[in-house]
Design a protein around this ligand. Structure first.
Ligand code: PGA
Length: 222
Protein backbone atom coordinates (compact mmCIF):
# COMPACT_ATOMS: atom_id res chain seq x y z
CA UNK A 1 0.00 0.00 0.00
CA UNK A 2 1.47 3.35 -0.96
CA UNK A 3 1.52 6.29 1.43
CA UNK A 4 -1.17 8.77 0.37
CA UNK A 5 -1.50 12.52 0.96
CA UNK A 6 -4.61 14.67 0.95
CA UNK A 7 -3.72 18.34 1.12
CA UNK A 8 -6.44 20.98 1.50
CA UNK A 9 -5.70 24.49 0.27
CA UNK A 10 -8.21 27.02 1.54
CA UNK A 11 -6.59 29.94 -0.34
CA UNK A 12 -8.03 33.37 0.68
CA UNK A 13 -11.12 32.08 2.45
CA UNK A 14 -12.69 31.71 5.90
CA UNK A 15 -13.14 33.78 9.02
CA UNK A 16 -12.21 32.50 12.47
CA UNK A 17 -15.81 31.42 13.02
CA UNK A 18 -16.07 29.64 9.68
CA UNK A 19 -12.85 27.76 10.38
CA UNK A 20 -14.10 26.65 13.80
CA UNK A 21 -17.38 25.45 12.28
CA UNK A 22 -15.55 23.50 9.58
CA UNK A 23 -13.67 21.58 12.27
CA UNK A 24 -16.86 20.89 14.21
CA UNK A 25 -18.66 19.72 11.06
CA UNK A 26 -15.87 17.53 9.73
CA UNK A 27 -17.05 13.96 10.24
CA UNK A 28 -15.48 11.27 8.10
CA UNK A 29 -16.25 7.59 8.68
CA UNK A 30 -12.65 6.42 8.70
CA UNK A 31 -9.12 7.47 7.87
CA UNK A 32 -6.83 4.73 6.64
CA UNK A 33 -3.40 4.43 8.27
CA UNK A 34 -1.58 5.15 5.02
CA UNK A 35 -3.32 8.53 4.59
CA UNK A 36 -1.80 11.82 5.78
CA UNK A 37 -4.15 14.82 5.88
CA UNK A 38 -2.70 18.32 5.70
CA UNK A 39 -4.75 21.52 5.92
CA UNK A 40 -3.12 24.63 4.45
CA UNK A 41 -5.01 27.60 5.82
CA UNK A 42 -4.61 31.40 5.92
CA UNK A 43 -2.21 32.73 8.58
CA UNK A 44 -5.08 34.49 10.38
CA UNK A 45 -6.78 31.26 11.42
CA UNK A 46 -3.82 28.93 12.00
CA UNK A 47 -3.73 29.37 15.78
CA UNK A 48 -7.48 28.84 16.10
CA UNK A 49 -7.31 25.76 13.87
CA UNK A 50 -4.43 24.32 15.86
CA UNK A 51 -6.44 24.62 19.03
CA UNK A 52 -9.67 23.27 17.47
CA UNK A 53 -7.89 20.31 15.85
CA UNK A 54 -6.34 19.47 19.23
CA UNK A 55 -9.69 19.72 20.99
CA UNK A 56 -11.42 17.51 18.42
CA UNK A 57 -8.42 15.15 18.27
CA UNK A 58 -8.46 15.14 14.49
CA UNK A 59 -5.61 13.47 12.55
CA UNK A 60 -4.81 16.65 10.60
CA UNK A 61 -1.50 18.52 10.29
CA UNK A 62 -1.45 22.20 9.50
CA UNK A 63 0.32 24.05 6.73
CA UNK A 64 0.75 27.62 5.53
CA UNK A 65 0.09 28.65 1.92
CA UNK A 66 3.26 30.65 1.43
CA UNK A 67 6.05 32.10 3.54
CA UNK A 68 8.30 35.14 3.40
CA UNK A 69 11.53 34.94 1.44
CA UNK A 70 13.08 37.01 4.25
CA UNK A 71 14.09 36.02 7.78
CA UNK A 72 12.75 37.75 10.92
CA UNK A 73 13.37 41.48 10.84
CA UNK A 74 12.22 44.81 9.44
CA UNK A 75 9.92 43.51 6.69
CA UNK A 76 6.56 45.06 7.54
CA UNK A 77 3.61 42.79 6.85
CA UNK A 78 5.63 39.67 6.09
CA UNK A 79 5.23 36.34 7.89
CA UNK A 80 8.62 34.68 8.27
CA UNK A 81 9.13 30.93 8.53
CA UNK A 82 10.48 31.39 12.06
CA UNK A 83 7.20 33.06 13.11
CA UNK A 84 5.31 29.95 12.03
CA UNK A 85 7.29 27.62 14.28
CA UNK A 86 4.97 25.68 16.58
CA UNK A 87 1.97 26.53 14.41
CA UNK A 88 2.53 24.58 11.18
CA UNK A 89 4.63 21.67 10.00
CA UNK A 90 4.08 22.28 6.28
CA UNK A 91 4.09 25.08 3.74
CA UNK A 92 3.00 25.37 0.12
CA UNK A 93 5.58 27.14 -2.02
CA UNK A 94 5.28 28.05 -5.70
CA UNK A 95 1.53 27.84 -6.15
CA UNK A 96 0.58 29.11 -9.62
CA UNK A 97 -1.63 31.82 -8.09
CA UNK A 98 1.41 33.19 -6.21
CA UNK A 99 3.46 33.08 -9.41
CA UNK A 100 0.70 34.80 -11.41
CA UNK A 101 -0.69 37.46 -9.05
CA UNK A 102 2.35 38.15 -6.88
CA UNK A 103 5.09 37.73 -9.48
CA UNK A 104 6.90 35.04 -7.52
CA UNK A 105 9.78 33.80 -9.64
CA UNK A 106 12.31 30.97 -9.27
CA UNK A 107 14.79 33.16 -7.36
CA UNK A 108 12.16 34.21 -4.83
CA UNK A 109 10.83 30.66 -4.52
CA UNK A 110 14.37 29.42 -3.91
CA UNK A 111 14.71 31.98 -1.08
CA UNK A 112 11.34 30.99 0.39
CA UNK A 113 12.33 27.32 0.28
CA UNK A 114 15.57 28.16 2.08
CA UNK A 115 13.74 30.04 4.83
CA UNK A 116 11.20 27.22 5.23
CA UNK A 117 13.99 24.65 5.50
CA UNK A 118 15.75 26.69 8.19
CA UNK A 119 12.53 26.50 10.22
CA UNK A 120 12.29 22.72 9.59
CA UNK A 121 9.07 23.06 7.64
CA UNK A 122 8.06 20.41 5.12
CA UNK A 123 7.65 21.96 1.71
CA UNK A 124 4.88 21.15 -0.77
CA UNK A 125 6.33 22.63 -3.94
CA UNK A 126 3.93 23.37 -6.81
CA UNK A 127 4.79 23.16 -10.49
CA UNK A 128 2.79 23.50 -13.69
CA UNK A 129 4.81 20.98 -15.73
CA UNK A 130 7.53 18.39 -15.20
CA UNK A 131 10.36 20.57 -16.39
CA UNK A 132 10.11 23.50 -13.98
CA UNK A 133 12.82 24.45 -11.52
CA UNK A 134 12.46 22.77 -8.14
CA UNK A 135 14.84 23.79 -5.34
CA UNK A 136 16.57 21.00 -3.39
CA UNK A 137 15.10 19.82 -0.10
CA UNK A 138 11.38 19.90 -0.83
CA UNK A 139 9.22 17.19 0.78
CA UNK A 140 6.46 16.87 -1.80
CA UNK A 141 5.86 18.06 -5.33
CA UNK A 142 2.37 19.05 -6.50
CA UNK A 143 1.71 19.01 -10.22
CA UNK A 144 -1.08 21.51 -10.90
CA UNK A 145 -1.93 22.26 -14.53
CA UNK A 146 -3.25 25.86 -14.59
CA UNK A 147 -6.20 25.04 -16.85
CA UNK A 148 -7.47 22.52 -14.27
CA UNK A 149 -7.22 24.79 -11.21
CA UNK A 150 -10.62 26.03 -10.12
CA UNK A 151 -12.15 25.27 -13.53
CA UNK A 152 -14.18 22.21 -12.59
CA UNK A 153 -12.30 20.39 -15.36
CA UNK A 154 -9.69 18.10 -13.86
CA UNK A 155 -6.94 16.90 -16.16
CA UNK A 156 -7.27 13.46 -17.70
CA UNK A 157 -5.71 11.09 -15.11
CA UNK A 158 -3.54 9.43 -17.79
CA UNK A 159 -2.13 12.79 -18.91
CA UNK A 160 -1.48 13.71 -15.26
CA UNK A 161 0.23 10.35 -14.77
CA UNK A 162 2.61 11.07 -17.69
CA UNK A 163 3.73 14.33 -16.10
CA UNK A 164 3.91 12.86 -12.58
CA UNK A 165 5.98 9.90 -13.83
CA UNK A 166 8.53 12.29 -15.34
CA UNK A 167 8.60 14.26 -12.08
CA UNK A 168 9.08 11.05 -10.11
CA UNK A 169 11.95 9.94 -12.34
CA UNK A 170 13.62 13.34 -12.04
CA UNK A 171 13.08 13.77 -8.29
CA UNK A 172 13.47 10.28 -6.88
CA UNK A 173 11.93 9.42 -3.53
CA UNK A 174 9.71 12.53 -3.37
CA UNK A 175 5.92 11.96 -3.27
CA UNK A 176 4.08 13.52 -6.22
CA UNK A 177 0.59 15.00 -5.83
CA UNK A 178 -1.91 16.04 -8.48
CA UNK A 179 -3.99 19.22 -8.06
CA UNK A 180 -6.73 20.85 -10.12
CA UNK A 181 -10.50 20.38 -9.69
CA UNK A 182 -10.13 17.24 -7.56
CA UNK A 183 -13.39 16.06 -5.99
CA UNK A 184 -14.56 13.00 -4.06
CA UNK A 185 -15.86 11.65 -7.39
CA UNK A 186 -12.58 11.80 -9.31
CA UNK A 187 -9.87 11.49 -6.65
CA UNK A 188 -9.60 7.70 -6.82
CA UNK A 189 -8.92 7.81 -10.59
CA UNK A 190 -5.85 9.91 -9.81
CA UNK A 191 -4.65 7.82 -6.87
CA UNK A 192 -4.87 4.69 -9.03
CA UNK A 193 -2.09 6.09 -11.21
CA UNK A 194 1.25 4.55 -10.21
CA UNK A 195 3.11 7.89 -10.02
CA UNK A 196 0.46 9.88 -8.12
CA UNK A 197 0.68 9.76 -4.32
CA UNK A 198 -2.03 12.19 -3.38
CA UNK A 199 -3.99 15.31 -4.19
CA UNK A 200 -3.90 19.04 -3.51
CA UNK A 201 -7.52 20.16 -3.21
CA UNK A 202 -8.80 23.74 -3.31
CA UNK A 203 -12.53 24.27 -3.90
CA UNK A 204 -13.67 20.86 -2.66
CA UNK A 205 -11.87 21.35 0.65
CA UNK A 206 -13.84 24.43 1.69
CA UNK A 207 -16.96 22.54 2.65
CA UNK A 208 -16.54 20.16 5.61
CA UNK A 209 -19.01 17.64 4.19
CA UNK A 210 -17.30 17.54 0.80
CA UNK A 211 -13.91 17.22 2.45
CA UNK A 212 -15.15 14.35 4.63
CA UNK A 213 -16.30 12.61 1.42
CA UNK A 214 -12.80 13.04 0.04
CA UNK A 215 -11.27 11.45 3.15
CA UNK A 216 -13.75 8.58 2.95
CA UNK A 217 -13.13 8.04 -0.77
CA UNK A 218 -9.35 7.85 -0.22
CA UNK A 219 -9.73 5.66 2.87
CA UNK A 220 -11.97 3.11 1.19
CA UNK A 221 -9.69 2.85 -1.83
CA UNK A 222 -7.22 -0.04 -1.64
P1 PGA B 1 -8.96 23.51 -7.05
O1 PGA B 1 -7.59 24.18 -6.57
O2 PGA B 1 -9.07 22.18 -6.37
O3 PGA B 1 -10.03 24.47 -6.62
O4 PGA B 1 -8.89 23.35 -8.53
C1 PGA B 1 -6.43 23.42 -6.44
C2 PGA B 1 -5.27 24.32 -6.06
O5 PGA B 1 -5.15 25.41 -6.61
O6 PGA B 1 -4.47 23.96 -5.18
Amino acid sequence: MKQLYLVANWKSNKTVEEAQNWILQLKFSKKSDNLTIILCAPYTILAVLKYAIGQSQLPISLGAQTVSSFPNGAYTGEISAQMLKGLVEHVIIGHSERRKYFNENDTMLFEKTGQAKLANMKIIYCVENWNMFIPPGVSKIAYEPVTAIGSGKAEDPNTAEDVCRRLKEKHRGIPILYGGSVTSENIVMFLKQPSIDGALVGGASLDALQFAHLVDAVSSYE
